[in-house]
Design a protein around this ligand. Structure first.
Ligand SMILES: Cc1cc2nc3c(=O)[nH]c(=O)nc-3n(C[C@H](O)[C@H](O)[C@H](O)COP(=O)(O)OP(=O)(O)OC[C@H]3O[C@@H](n4cnc5c(N)ncnc54)[C@H](O)[C@@H]3O)c2cc1C
Length: 422
């Protein structure tokens, strides 16, 4: 086997899924991650603290015409869903320019179709992964709600709903009474909703990552708590990866370091514009409110997910780079906004029942990940840049990475995800 030993950089959902698929193909696998499986040892990796949505319906790119119009208002509003730390603007400017260009109306249908290919199998591929690692109980298929207080906000999202329908997704519109039946915990002033029955969720993303890591190690894979700092190549092939601890020879490489991937890809010879869309979660233990169904606030643009024993409020986008300290006010904002959805949430909650988290969404300007062979190194696969939908599409991306290493045709058309498209 020419790629007998494959190194995987990054132990988020993408890297772990790739590692398990590679192991199943009979390869030796070593995963490198300074933060351990799922980024559990540090706050940054996105796979542990995300909202857990397995949303085949998330085909609306982040940059789209309606959204771009709302950006100036969001930036002026300290409680808005988007924040930019102005000091980061010079570094982010080239990415933002591409982001604005990616949001042109004529580009949206193709982006939505590409996302649909990747996301339609979200629940099925998570079920398969979870079953393989003894975590079937973590995956649920109860659908998801997008809810709106005002008719104006409901109408403003009609374009998104139309885009979903154009991709064959069934989107039901619910009036106030039907909404109450689907989700009784919402306040009576939440009068408009759309429901997508095919969606699912994972009730413990970090727990799923941990199970995948344990299964990997039990079956002979290695996970080293080390940071990749250099990639050695010879004759257009990766031959080793260096960490502070030493040199790891490799016959193949999967680069799945999430928001940290761009400098490593550049070392290979692949330039990819990547930005961290920082997001927060705030979790309530023993929450007084526990919705049956995951909910997206149409006005606040944040998700509410019933987790195992906890209520997770997750969302907001902050552009501030990988190194800036967290602004926990943005996490607290989620709780304030959630109170306006759920009258059952008390005004004061003891601090011991609250936890906060910051994670880095690895985002490309066109909302499509980079999945494909490196243009410079024939035995290296790039698998990063999944933005808002990487948890849902992680298991499928991992399988595709193993297919590419094996030279098997991937199950979906990878042209929209080509590393060379920028
Ligand atoms: C608030 C929030 C909510 C979200 N909600 C959802 C959701 O509901 N559904 C969904 O599908 N997606 C969601 N996402 C997005 C999703 O979490 C990410 O797209 C996904 O987790 C990315 O996975 P990954 O494996 O590519 O990256 P990560 O999970 O970030 O993993 C990358 C890993 O690489 C490691 N690494 C970095 N540098 C190096 C190096 N030099 N050497 C070795 N390792 C390195 C890091 O430590 C990290 O563990 C959300 C994200 C956020 C922030």
């Amino acid at each position: 086997m020419p790629e007998a030993h494959v190194l995987v950089i990054g132990a988020g959902i993408v890297g772990l899924s790739a590692a398990l698929a590679l192991l199943r193909d009979g390869r030796r696998v070593t995963v490198l991650d300074p933060a351990g499986p799922g980024g559990i040892l540090s706050a940054g990796g996105a796979s542990a603290g995300n909202a857990g949505w397995l949303s085949g319906a998330s085909v609306v790119p982040t940059a789209y015409p309606g959204m771009l119009k709302a950006v100036p208002g969001w930036l002026m509003d300290p409680l808005g869903p988007l924040a930019l730390r102005w000091r980061h603007l010079p570094a982010a400017a080239p990415w933002l320019w591409r982001f604005v260009r990616a949001g042109r109306a004529e580009r949206i249908p193709a982006q939505a179709a590409a996302l649909r290919q990747l996301l339609a199998p979200s629940v099925a591929s998570h079920l398969a992964l979870a079953e393989a690692v003894g975590g079937r109980y973590l995956i649920h298929r109860q659908g998801a709600l997008w809810v709106y207080r005002t008719e104006a906000a409901f109408r403003a999202d009609a374009g998104g709903a139309a885009l979903r329908r154009a991709q064959g997704i069934t989107v039901e519109e619910l009036g106030a009474d039907e909404l109450r039946q689907v989700e009784p915990s919402l306040g009576r002033d939440i009068r408009h909703a759309r429901f997508v029955a095919e969606n699912g969720h994972c009730s413990d993303p970090a727990g799923l990552c941990r199970r995948v890591a344990e299964t990997l190690v039990r079956n002979g894979g290695r996970i080293l708590v080390e940071r990749a700092v250099a990639i050695e190549q010879c004759d257009g092939r990766v031959v080793a990866v260096q960490t502070a601890e030493g040199r790891h020879p490799a016959d193949g490489l999967v680069l799945a370091a999430g928001a940290w991937s761009a400098p490593l890809a550049a070392m290979l010879g692949d330039a990819v514009p990547l930005e961290s869309e920082r997001g927060y979660h705030l979790e309530l233990v023993q929450s007084e409110v526990m919705p049956r169904v995951p909910i997206m606030s149409g006005e606040g643009k944040f998700a509410v997910t019933p987790m195992d024993g906890r209520l997770r409020l997750a969302g907001t986008v902050e552009l501030a780079g990988l190194a800036a300290p967290p602004d926990w006010r943005r996490a607290d904002l989620l709780l304030r906004q959630a109170r306006s959805l759920f009258p059952g949430l008390p005004t004061t909650i003891p601090e011991q029942r609250i936890s906060r988290w910051l994670g880095h969404r690895p985002s490309t300007p066109d909302s499509l990940p980079v999945i494909g062979r490196s243009r410079a190194a024939a035995n290296a696969i790039l698998a990063f840049g999944h933005g808002h939908v990487g948890f849902a599409s992680g298991p499928l991306t991992g399988r595709i990475a193993a297919d590419l290493i094996a030279g098997r045709p991937p199950p979906i058309d990878l042209a929209p995800f080509a590393p060379g498209r920028f």
